[in-house]
Design a protein around this ligand. Structure first.
Ligand code: DON
Length: 584
């Protein structure tokens, strides 16, 4: 792998960042790992480092990544360690029973890996219709084997490591295997989520692991050991990802999915053995002097973010500042992007997604021109982008706790932006005997296969990847040098969280910690959504005066961002979650 020069020095040399009021503390130290309630906030200060940095959703996971980086590992080496530790300490959000997208920058090339779950070959468009032909209730579909997609994360980690790893595969797996064996203390957030969780206890393996004999969730600070997961990891360390997709672990996955008492799935050993990660060119678009890169379909993340940013670019967002005017533009841009997303985006292996048209500069200008500065457009209609078209689809959206974002920059200036998920909090609420929870990613498909007499683009089909909103993002400056790494969990709200973070970083030039903690706001082409319990609530009257239907809702983002500054790396971890940004 080619080693790039020290990026922040070259950025100083170019004077590019001289005006950015990003404040890097003079010494490198982790932001304090502080406890928090599931929906509470903990004040955090920005992390800083001179050499490398990890921003992730749990201090133990970030620390594992930091140690790998200190040992000379690459950003991808660290990502493997962080992901596997997250599987243990933040099991509600991601792990080897789920899927992920990874964006990698090596100093000259931006590449993405698509480790999205796939529907079993036997899946049909009617999968989530009840006996009455109507869409199933969300949790009737989620809980059990029916919603489980063929997991992609292990193959993704192995592929990334083969391409861009420096340390031995075994070494990057070992921190998680050791932690699984020795145990870790249950965090306040995990305990809080277990306390409000309704379905997980019904799975005997999960019940034995997460709960006391009397059914209460294990208390904060209880040391949780997972020898089964340690064995699984050591097997994968020794034999590679094949040991996950074939053999005993694969048999265990299939048995767990198909053996569910009331809602079994149809995944087979062949489905697992046939799973492939897709390497796809990154989708990049301009924003002022920057280039914003991310994940194309089957994620709607980057297309939608790019569309929103293109509308915002018509305004002087730096002058607008945080407030109702900025929220108006953000919401209207969101409406337009979500209208297109709804109609056009699905797995490109199954439908022809008009990415070129949806991101065409002329088309984006015509969409931005639909925004009235003084009046909300209400419901936006999808546009008519140039080039190819596709079908219609219907909606189903989760916004809960089943995802995590990892941002990493290593000492050579390589960057990883990886959003990873088991979909809903605790996924399908079924745990394998091999020590991990399984995803419910298939409920990201449209439950409705046909709308207005037309097939829905994102309907269920055998071997198809459900459409995602995950938007792992890497920003380059005007000289194609690394500027920022950012992403968030949050279901379809991810798109608005990431767009907001980009405005905060690129227009408002705020410290990434401040950016992560800004109130959330935007629209998914329904009401204009302001984050409850934040200063954004006060914008309601001004937005209503412009005709917005405003809803105040919780918006538990998990923005993890790293910015390259003249004095080093500065990182932020969303105070709504337990994460930290730390480095060397
Ligand atoms: O791929 C997607 O868009 C969703 N499955 C992500 C779910 C999510 O972010 C839930 N969490 N916080």
């Amino acid at each position: 792998m080619k080693v790039q020069g020290i990026l922040w020095r070259s950025l100083v040399g170019l004077g590019f960042l001289s005006a950015a009021p990003l404040v890097a503390p003079a010494f490198s130290q982790p932001a304090a790992p502080a406890p928090e309630a599931p929906t509470g906030r903990t004040a955090k200060s920005a992390g800083s480092a001179t050499q490398d940095m990890v921003a992730a959703a749990n201090p133990l996971a970030a620390q594992a990544g930091r140690e790998i980086l200190a040992a000379g590992g690459s950003a991808v080496d660290a990502a493997v360690a962080v992901q596997l530790v997250l599987n243990l300490v933040e099991p509600q959000s991601s792990g080897i029973g789920g899927g992920a997208f990874l964006v990698f920058w090596d100093g000259t090339t931006m590449t993405t890996l698509d480790g999205r779950e796939k529907a079993p070959a036997a899946a049909t468009p009617e999968r989530f219709l009840g006996p009455d032909g109507k869409p199933m209730k969300f949790y009737d579909a989620v809980v059990g084997g029916r919603s489980v997609g063929v997991p992609g994360t292990v193959r993704l980690l192995e592929t990334a490591h083969r391409n861009w790893g420096k340390l031995p595969w075994k070494d990057v797996i070992e921190p998680a295997a050791r932690l699984a064996e020795n145990g870790f203390a249950i965090s306040p957030r995990l305990n809080g989520l277990l306390t409000q969780e309704k379905y997980l206890q019904n799975d005997p393996v999960a019940r034995a692991y997460f709960y006391e004999a009397d059914g209460t969730p294990k208390a904060v600070g209880t040391i949780l050991r997972n020898p089964a997961f340690a064995r699984t990891l050591r097997t994968i360390a020794e034999k590679g990802a094949d040991a996950f997709y074939t053999g005993e672990i694969a048999q265990d996955i299939v048995a767990t999915v198909t053996g569910h008492a009331t809602n079994p799935g149809d995944m087979t050993l062949d489905d697992l053995a046939n799973y492939k990660v897709e390497e796809r060119a990154a989708l990049c678009g301009p924003y002022r002097s920057y280039k914003i890169c991310g994940m194309g379909p089957p994620s709607s993340g980057q297309v939608a973010v790019q569309q929103i940013m293109a509308t915002l670019e018509t305004q002087d967002m730096a002058a607008l500042k945080l407030g109702p005017e900025a929220a108006h533009w953000m919401a209207e841009a969101g409406r337009l992007a979500f209208a297109d997303r709804a109609l056009y985006i699905a797995d490109p292996a199954f439908v022809s997604v008009p990415v070129k048209g949806l991101t065409d500069p002329g088309y984006l200008k015509s969409r931005a021109a639909l925004v009235d500065p003084n009046r909300s457009m209400g419901k936006a209609q999808p546009g008519d982008p140039p080039f190819q078209k596709t079908f219609r689809w219907g909606a189903s959206e989760g916004i809960e706790f089943g995802t995590s974002h990892i941002s990493i920059v290593d000492r050579n200036g390589n960057a990883v932006s990886m959003t990873t998920t088991i979909e809903d909090g605790f996924g399908a609420r079924i745990m394998t005997r091999s020590g991990f929870l399984l995803n419910n990613e298939l409920t990201d498909f449209s439950f409705t296969p046909v709308e207005d007499g037309k097939p829905v683009a994102n309907r269920v089909e055998g071997g198809k990847r459900p459409r995602s909103s995950m938007a792992p993002t890497i920003v380059l400056d005007g000289n194609d040098k690394l500027y920022a790494v950012v992403g968030s969990p949050g279901g379809s709200l991810i798109i608005n969280y990431v767009a907001k973070a980009l405005v905060g970083l690129l227009d408002w030039k705020l410290d990434p910690q401040v950016v992560a903690d800004l109130p959330n706001f935007g629209s998914r082409n329904g009401p204009t959504e302001l984050e409850a319990g934040t200063e954004a609530e006060a914008w309601k009257p001004a937005l209503e005066a412009k005709g917005h239907e405003v809803r105040l809702i919780p918006q538990t983002s998990g923005i993890h961002a790293i910015v390259v500054t003249p004095s080093g790396l500065v990182g932020g971890a969303d105070s709504r979650r337990e994460g930290v940004a730390i480095g060397n």
